[in-house]
Design a protein around this ligand. Structure first.
Ligand code: PLP
Length: 258
């Protein structure tokens, strides 16, 4: 019997932290990408001990080990897209930047600028935030801040309405990324509206009904799903729309009425 060589499945390299509670971080990324039938390889930047209520400790992985993980991930299975989540500090940001400079090429890069956990723990310190904006943001295809992250990236106050949010997205675009998806999930109202701003195109408003649910790691899942869609060849607006639909389905599955 003849066997056909198995088609190579698309692969996303996920770079970020672990979350011992399993809600967010790399396990969430891998789970999301598995749902889409995408392979993952990974580079761990930080190990966190956390629950839904607190971040108990953060252990930063040595920069040389971060670089080696990225190098060997490329050797093992060249990724079709890259997703970056929690980095922790400046040294990790620099290690990722150096490794991608050495190994990375044209693959799309989705940068989720993870700054804090929803329980309030700091996941990227102030120097790390500056390094992220200077070094990784300009090499990203898409950056996916929520409202507080957008304000922090710019050193500005929280946007109070959609007009202000859109203006912030445009200013983040000015920092050198290819596109910005600002997530309005932290705002009030019946809709969760995001804005996708891509250079030289009119901005697109992506809306979903607001779902009352407590689910951690939705930012990780969204950015991973976008990277997965890009890895299999989707254009950016389609990738964002499909990823948002996937997260909405997950939220609906755990929704509550109160
Ligand atoms: N912990 C890790 C390791 C993460 O990567 C992230 C988000 O990317 C979080 C926590 C934050 O998740 P949440 O906002 O759901 O607490």
């Amino acid at each position: 019997m003849k066997h056909r060589a198995a088609a190579r499945r698309p692969c996303v390299l996920v770079i970020g932290g672990t979350d011992s509670s399993g809600g967010a971080g790399l396990t969430r990324d891998a789970r999301t990408l598995a749902l889409l039938g995408i392979e993952t390889n990974c580079a761990v930047t930080a190990v966190t001990a956390q629950s839904d209520r607190r971040v108990a400790s953060v252990h930063h992985v040595a920069p040389s080990v971060i670089r080696e993980q990225i190098e060997t991930a490329f050797e093992a299975h060249r990724p079709d897209a890259i997703k970056i989540g929690m980095l922790g500090n400046r040294a990790s940001v620099e290690a990722v930047d150096e490794a991608l400079q050495a190994r990375g090429g044209a693959e799309p890069l989705v940068l989720d600028p993870v700054l804090m956990s929803s329980s309030g723990g700091v996941l990227l310190d102030a120097e790390g935030r500056r390094a992220l904006a200077e070094r990784l943001l300009p090499r990203s295809t898409l950056v996916t801040p929520n409202l507080p992250e957008a304000a922090h990236l710019l050193g500005e106050a929280l946007a109070e309405d959609e007009e202000a949010l859109l203006a912030q997205a445009r200013r983040i675009l000015g920092l050198g990324t290819g596109a910005v998806l600002v997530k309005g999930g932290h705002a009030e109202g019946d809709e969760a509206a995001d804005w996708l701003v891509v250079r030289d195109r009119p901005p697109e408003r992506l809306v979903a009904p607001r779902v009352r649910a407590r689910l951690r790691g939705t930012g990780c899942a969204l950015a991973s799903a976008i990277a997965g869609e890009l890895a299999r060849g989707a254009g950016l607006p389609d990738a964002c729309r499909r990823a948002k639909a996937l997260v909405l389905a997950e939220l609906r599955a755990v929704a509550h009425d109160d």
